[in-house]
Design a protein around this ligand. Structure first.
Ligand code: NI
Length: 227
């Protein structure tokens, strides 16, 4: 009798192992890669977004504002600890074309210093607010050592504030190497990402940080996609 029970237990355990193997067999291996980028945060929805990304084992890039980091230090530190990339998006979303080079250096440096003090890292890339650039601003990025990261897919999430629209805009424009622009300060963006990520995985997409997606970068140069 005891052998029968033991035998049943062994076969039950083997079944569990087999099921696990079956599950891993239907895992879709990505054949193309994109970078999700979230600007202007941390915001009220960043923690929920981080939970969701963790569930899917996905890393993204956060172009944080220094001021927003100062208001949500714990969320920011959590973002770093979860392995996401941090980019510099100025202290208070200044339009760099409209301010002096000295002020531009100050807003980026103040943000980088806060990030360093909280997490011991410094952002390796920057994204100028509004994507606003001129020759002087580009040279300032070169001086600060920042490659300039723009985007190839504008989800227009800040404008529509509608999860369905954000989803459609993303799906209509996505391709291998896309850098996707979103903002983790809107609820609709969080709702959209819950639909976007499973769809992209099903389409064979994987997710990388901006630095991993692009690879070699030069300070002052402009990048809109990974290839
Ligand atoms: Ni922004």
């Amino acid at each position: 009798m005891i052998y029968l029970i033991l035998g049943m237990m062994v076969s039950f355990l083997l079944n569990m192992v087999n099921n696990e193997i079956e599950v891993s067999n239907i895992h879709i291996e990505p054949t193309k890669f994109v970078a999700l980028t979230f600007d202007d945060g941390p915001g009220p929805y960043t923690d929920k977004l981080l939970d969701f990304l963790y569930e899917y084992n996905i890393v993204a890039t956060f172009y944080v504002m220094g001021f927003a980091v100062s208001r949500r230090e714990d969320t920011f530190i959590r973002t770093v600890n979860l392995g996401h990339e941090i980019g510099n998006h100025t202290w208070l979303h200044e339009n760099l074309v409209d301010i002096t080079t000295e002020e531009g250096i100050k807003t980026y440096t103040k943000t980088s210093d806060l990030i360093y003090n909280l997490a011991g890292i410094r952002p390796q890339t920057a994204r100028p607010p509004f994507g606003a650039l001129d020759e002087e601003v580009e040279e300032m990025h070169e001086y600060l050592g920042y490659p300039i990261i723009l985007w190839s897919v504008d989800t227009r999430d800040w404008e529509t504030r509608d999860a369905y629209e954000i989803y459609n805009e993303t799906m209509a424009n996505i391709s291998d190497g896309s850098i996707i622009l979103m903002h983790d300060i809107h609820k609709s963006t969080y709702e959209a990402i819950r639909k976007i990520i499973p769809s992209l995985i099903e389409m064979g997409f994987g997710f990388k940080t901006v630095s991993d997606l692009i690879g070699d970068m030069q300070p002052g140069n402009i990048y809109r996609r990974g290839n």
